[in-house]
Design a protein around this ligand. Structure first.
Ligand code: AKG
Ligand code: FE2
Length: 280
């Protein structure tokens, strides 16, 4: 099984099965440097074209397991700050619409799940991030998500609550759905949130679009770089795998977050074979 999933990876450029080799060392050094200087390490072509085809087929079959949440959120996540004006970036609410397939409903045979669970991918992320021993995130919903976005969906400008996020681009939308970033904006932020306000008001001069071509593995420092997924349109779904790791072995998310993002709070013990679940 493990050997099979590694065949999805371009191991000439990313020899994850030869960690002591010179190619691997140079590759992770370059990615670590890119992450610390720009806030993002882009491993383009990480997945081979055949591997992308397998991930697309898998994602299309998993899409019906997604929970669609629509609402409004702030840039700093968490509840709006009530001590500032409604218009302040700490208080302003912006619309989002996203669909998430939770880890507990992703079958063990899914190539996305097998990539997430492979020791080689965990080692690769650890070797690039360099924040001590990393563990797969212990949350039964949030450890691995397939984020599915379709016509009318978007994800508002925000900072993440974790230091880094690993995403795997699987399929691009027909139109829009771009991953837009203001690198390291938070490091320049003042208490008026001047920089954030400009971006929220539509000043995109400092916005860069990360390409997220299918097959790209992106390691992103989302706590310091303001980012969003721009509004989508068209028939084709945007598919991105979100692979979560933590420096602590047993941290989990809150019940409130489970309810908003996945529409339920108790995980399945084993991924359901059929969907929708037959009423019992
Ligand atoms: O879908 C993506 O590319 C990134 C999503 C994101 O920013 C998040 O889940 O925090
Ligand atoms: Fe994010």
């Amino acid at each position: 099984m493990a050997a099979e999933v590694l065949s999805l990876i371009d191991r000439v450029t990313y020899p994850v099965d030869d960690r002591s080799g010179a190619t691997y060392r140079a590759m992770v050094d370059a990615a670590h440097h890119q992450l610390t200087t720009t806030g993002a390490a882009e491993l383009s072509g990480f997945i081979t074209p055949d591997g992308v085809a397998a991930l697309v087929a898998d994602a299309e079959s998993l899409a019906e397991r997604a929970y669609h949440s629509v609402g409004s959120g702030t840039a700093f996540l968490g509840p709006p700050d009530t001590t500032v004006d409604d218009d302040h970036p700490r208080a302003r609410r912006m619309p989002y619409g996203v669909r998430a397939v939770a880890y507990d409903v992703i079958p063990r045979t899914s190539p996305l799940r097998q990539l997430y669970e492979s020791p080689e991918v965990l080692a690769l992320v650890s070797d690039i991030v360099r924040q001590g021993t990393l563990h797969p995130y212990a949350d039964p919903f949030g450890a691995l998500n397939l984020a599915v976005m379709g016509h009318g969906d978007e994800l508002q400008w925000h900072y993440d609550q974790t230091d880094f996020v690993v995403s795997l681009a699987i399929q691009a939308a027909t139109e829009g759905g771009h991953f837009e970033v203001v690198p390291k904006l938070r490091e320049r932020s003042d208490h008026h949130a001047t920089g954030e306000r400009a971006v929220l008001d539509g000043d995109h001069r400092e916005v860069v679009t990360l390409e997220m071509r299918p097959g790209t593995l992106l390691i992103f420092g989302g706590r310091t770089s303001l980012h969003r997924v721009s509004p989508l349109s068209g028939e084709r779904l945007r598919h991105v795998g979100l692979l979560a790791y933590d420096t602590e072995p047993d941290r989990v998310g809150t019940e409130a977050l489970r309810q908003t993002r996945y529409g339920r709070t108790s995980p399945f013990a084993e991924p359901p074979a059929q969907w929708p679940i037959a009423a019992s």
